[in-house]
Structures are given as C-alpha cells and as structure tokens.
Design a protein around this ligand. Sequence first.
Ligand code: NAP
Length: 454
Amino acid sequence: MANSCDVVILGASGFTGKYVVREALKFLNTTSSSTSPLITLGLAGRNPTKLSETLKWALSNSEFQNPDSISIIKADVSDPSSLKDLCSKTKLILNCVGPFRLYGEPVVSACVEAGCDYFDICGEPEFMEKMEAVYHQKAVENGSLLISACGFDSVPAELGFMFNSKQWEAPAVPNRVEAYLSLESDKRIVGNFGTLESAVLGIANVDQLQALRKSRPRRARPVIPGPPPSKGPLIEHQKNVGLWAVKLPSADAIVVRRTLSTLTENPHGLSGVSESDEHIEKRKNFWQAVKPAHFGVKLGSKSLFSIFRYIMVGVNIGLLGSLNIGRWLILKFPSIFTLGWFRKKGPSEEEVESATFKMWFVGQGYSSANLASQEANSKPDTEIITRVMGPEIGYLTTPIILLQCALIVLSQRKNLPKGGVFPPGIVFGPTDLQERLQQNGISFDVISKNALSS
Ligand SMILES: NC(=O)c1ccc[n+]([C@@H]2O[C@H](COP(=O)([O-])OP(=O)(O)OC[C@H]3O[C@@H](n4cnc5c(N)ncnc54)[C@H](OP(=O)(O)O)[C@@H]3O)[C@@H](O)[C@H]2O)c1
C-alpha cells in the first residue's frame, strides 16, 4: 500500500476539519516513548493548497512539529476514482465533508466497496437512516464499519443517556430521561455556515425522511416500564437544574432510539470481530446495566429571554427552510435570520475557546419495577440527575470525540463489530470511550438521586 495512513481526515480544510486536524496532532505518535496507535495521518480534500494551509495553521497551534508523518491527499467526493484511491490508502476515513445529504454517500459507498472503516460528524437523520438502509448488508459482508454522528451530535447524548441509565440500581428502573443542553460563553455563541446549511436542507427534505421511514420495516422497540411521558408545555421551567427549556429538534433523540432498537434486537450488544472471552463478558455486563427509557432533548437557558430568542431562531429556520426563497434568504444572510447564531466565516478562535456546554440528564422512574406495573398511570417516584460537561460543542468537543473514536478503532478493532452501519452508542458503549472523553476534558457526573413526592 503506497503512502498508507492509519487515518485520513477527509474535508480537513473545512471549518470543523481544521480543528479535527489540530486534535489529531496531539495523538500523532512520533517518539519511541509514545503508545498512541496513530502513527501516520492523511489530510484529504479537493484543494491541496488549502490542505497545506490547514496543516500550517494546525502546526502553529500545536506542540507537534514534525509533519513528515502527514500526507496531503487530493480527493474530490464528485470523483469516484479519487475516493477509491483514498480508500486504498487507509484503514479509517474521518469524514468532515458536509452537508452529508449532498456529499456523504459517495464516500460511504467507496468505503464499503474497499472494506475500510468510516466515521463522520453528521447530525442529519435522513442521511444516517438512508446509509443504513442502502449499505448495511454490504458493509457487514465487506467488513466495513460505518458510524455517523461521532461528534457532539450525538455522542454526549448517547453516552450521557447510558450513564444516567446505569445509575438505576435494581429494583429501581428509569422511565424517561430528558436531556437539557445549556450553551455558555463570555463571548457570542456562534456556529459555522456548514451546520446551518445542513439543518436548512434537512428541513427542506423532511418529507423524504418520512417516506424513507415508511418504506422500511419497523425496528424493534424496547419495553419501558410505566406509561410514556406526556408532551408537556412548550416552555418548561426545570427547577432542579435552574433552566428554562424548549424542545431541541436535533438528531440526538433519534440516534439514541436507534441504539435502543439495535440493543433490543441484540440484548447482549454487538459481537466483536474477534473478541476475547474477557471482552465478551465485559460487553454483556455493560449492556445488562443499561435500562431503556424514553428520551428527549431540550435546549435550556437560565434566562427566559434567551429561550424566546431560541424559539425565534428555530421558527425562522423552520419556516424559511421549507420554502425555496426562504432557503435562499437564510443561506445568503445567515447572521440576520439566525440573530447572529450562524456566520458565513464561523466563530473566531476566541469565541470557540470561550464557549462550554453542560448537558443535564434528568431521569425519572420507579424505585421498583413492580410499582410501574401496578397501575396503568403510576407516577415516577424517583429522580436521578447526571451531567455531561465539556468545551465548545462544534469545534472542540466534536474533534475530541471523533479522535477518541478513531483511536479506539486503531487499538481495539477486534472488539468492534466486523462491519455494518450503526449509531455510535451501540458500538462504543462497552468500550473505554467515556473514560477517554473524561481524560480529554469531557466530564460525566452524578448530581443527585432523590425520591419524588407524589
Ligand atoms: N456532529 C457535530 O456536532 C458537528 C459539528 C460541526 C460540524 N458538523 C457538520 O460537519 C459538516 C461540515 O461543517 P463545516 O462547518 O466544517 O463546513 P465547511 O467549513 O463548509 O467544510 C466543508 C468541507 O467539505 C469540503 N468539500 C466540499 N465539497 C467537496 C468535494 N466535492 N470534495 C471534497 N471535499 C469537499 C470543503 O472543501 P474546501 O475546503 O476545499 O472548500 C470543506 O473542507 C456539516 O455538515 C456540519 O453540520 C457536525
């Protein structure tokens, strides 16, 4: 294999891609004392000059100063032969080229054909579900592991849900977990245009997602003790975490549901390609401790005024995204129609550095499973609150997660499924991903366990 790379970052010159490159440099192994499995790295994209500038930027922001183990590779997603060539050079592609509904499928297809592994930072449910429908079987056969949403969408939600669920010790069982996401910063909180474009195109094509779901066999649903939670008010005041909150239509809840469906179909999780007996035991014990529950995500703020702003931006994206002229307007003038939330040139480095997130998981359930089955409408009597917390979501937390997923593949491939299209939680749940994230600045904490008054 000429110029082979352990990992290739495709779309490395993009706004998110360059932060992924910077994170990768932290783990690039060039000394005999390092134990990192990442020894050679490829930066791929359609413009080699931009890729070289990205590398220069990343090196100037890093202690790593030896670019010899890094290759620049020209690859255009509209040129299948360049993708075939790319896949022949690596074991794993980290795809940062979005919107994924526009650019993702040729990359997935090339990886499946070549039998190489593929992770991305997609937050687009239709893309993820379509890739599963079209490529899962072939990916299983060819030994290609394809995992979307290996970024802030949706790993904190997946691992955060599981972390909360594991705190329910028998005979206690959860019924629902509501996540409250709070974004904090001394400066403005800003997202790059690529994320806005992906969201707007998702809204424009919402009918296609419905049609895709109707055309697919129904997935297994987990049995959850007690009745499903009611919808509740549009704006909620969640006193326990001190936030006002409104429903966030992100991919997180959908991704968590896909993991729970896969778990229902495979109660011991997914077998690794050549697992040790010890790992089989560990995997089974892990999934035994995860109890299914209803799951939703809300965007929260201490200020009610901010919630009204969130609603206004959501309504703008929803309304404008559903009309041709509206899409043109919001994508032409993103700052105006999102009240400064999204910018064509993205956030400044200072804005990225100053932002943080907290995601509170408020789990409610029963002190005993019997209580849930006693009467049809029995109310939860127990509440467990946990929290996941970390740096800025899109350009710091996302690269941290993507890189740790990649390092797990490089060091523990035998413990992971041979191939297939999966959400991240069902694959990485039983690995050491949570510990790795904790070592890299993303914390998981138990906040409280309380009895609820009736
Ligand atoms: N999961 C998460 O939490 C999370 C976080 C951040 C971003 N994202 C997602 O990541 C995606 C990228 O966002 P972004 O803000 O980084 O966008 P961006 O700055 O526009 O980057 C897009 C990248 O795609 C490349 N590209 C476009 N067309 C290509 C082609 N034909 N062949 C090869 N490369 C091509 C661009 O190359 P050039 O540099 O040559 O233009 C650029 O590198 C979006 O879908 C966004 O929603 C997700």
